[in-house]
Write a protein that binds this ligand. Structure first.
Ligand SMILES: *Cc1c(COP(=O)(O)O)cnc(C)c1O
Length: 240
């Protein structure tokens, strides 16, 4: 299957999942998670109608952007964000999905101010409370949004989550449902510079469940581009 065929199939599945949930397919935005795919393959996806690309690594994003990979599409940053990379990202991405600390807010605000723009971001939530993972704890969100209200060059547009890997059916859905509740609870309260427009959850293996639970931004990689070819140890370190 070509990238175009895969992308069309994913769009159909998104539409079906939205209708099954009694929602409008147009409410759901597909982000093609294009990490480890060449600029040429990303450009193929955009030519096939992909409107938003998401990248995980700043260096890879900048290189592929310079090669014209995302021309005609919007660009999101979806990976773990390091403080020293903020400078290179602000103003380059339409949405930074993975803000999880006050320090990042402050740095993004300062950079956006220097450039005379306003940067859209999502707050990443560690919904499974996994010690190894990035993301803010759900309990900390209200206080965090109060902090965010002080940074007028940062526009908080919603929440993002990557739930724990789970092999028991229903567990991931329960995490998605908790995220939706958090999204709704914090939509009701009014904070300056905060609007709960986007709930980013769902990947290749679970985007239909995420849509059923209220996601309106899904990040899909392998179902569009095929399995990623991670280097095997044997390739990195040949025996002998
Ligand atoms: C890679 C990635 C995805 C997409 O994962 P697939 O399982 O390939 O669909 C989604 N979100 C983030 C943050 C990613 O890093």
């Amino acid at each position: 299957m070509s990238i175009a065929e895969n992308a069309a199939a994913v769009c159909e599945r998104i539409d079906a999942a939205a209708r099954a949930a009694g929602r409008e397919p147009a409410e759901i935005t597909l982000v093609a998670a294009s990490k480890m795919n060449s600029a040429d393959r990303v450009a193929q996806a955009v030519a096939a109608g992909i409107r938003v690309c998401g990248e995980n690594r700043v260096q890879e994003l900048l290189e592929k952007r310079a090669q014209g990979a995302y021309r005609g599409a919007r660009l999101h940053f979806i990976g773990q964000l390091q403080k020293n990379k903020v400078r290179q990202l602000v103003g380059v991405c339409d949405l930074i999905q993975s803000v999880d600390s006050g320090v990042l807010l402050e740095l993004i605000d300062a950079r956006a101010r220097a450039l005379g723009l306003r940067q859209d971001v999502l707050i990443e939530i560690n919904i499974g409370d996994e010690p190894s993972k990035s993301g803010l704890s759900a309990d900390g969100l209200p206080a965090f949004l109060e902090t965010a209200a002080r940074y007028s060059a940062v526009a908080v547009r919603g929440l993002m989550a990557i739930p724990p890997i789970s092999y028991a059916s229903g567990e991931t859905r329960a995490h998605f449902a908790r995220m939706y509740q958090l999204f709704i609870d914090n939509s009701v309260k009014k904070y300056d510079n905060v609007s709960m427009d986007f709930l980013s959850m769902g990947m290749s293996g679970d985007f239909e469940d995420a849509i059923a639970e209220g996601s309106n931004l899904v990040r899909v990689g392998s179902a569009i581009f095929g399995a990623r070819a991670y280097p095997r140890k044997a390739d990195v370190n040949p025996p002998g």
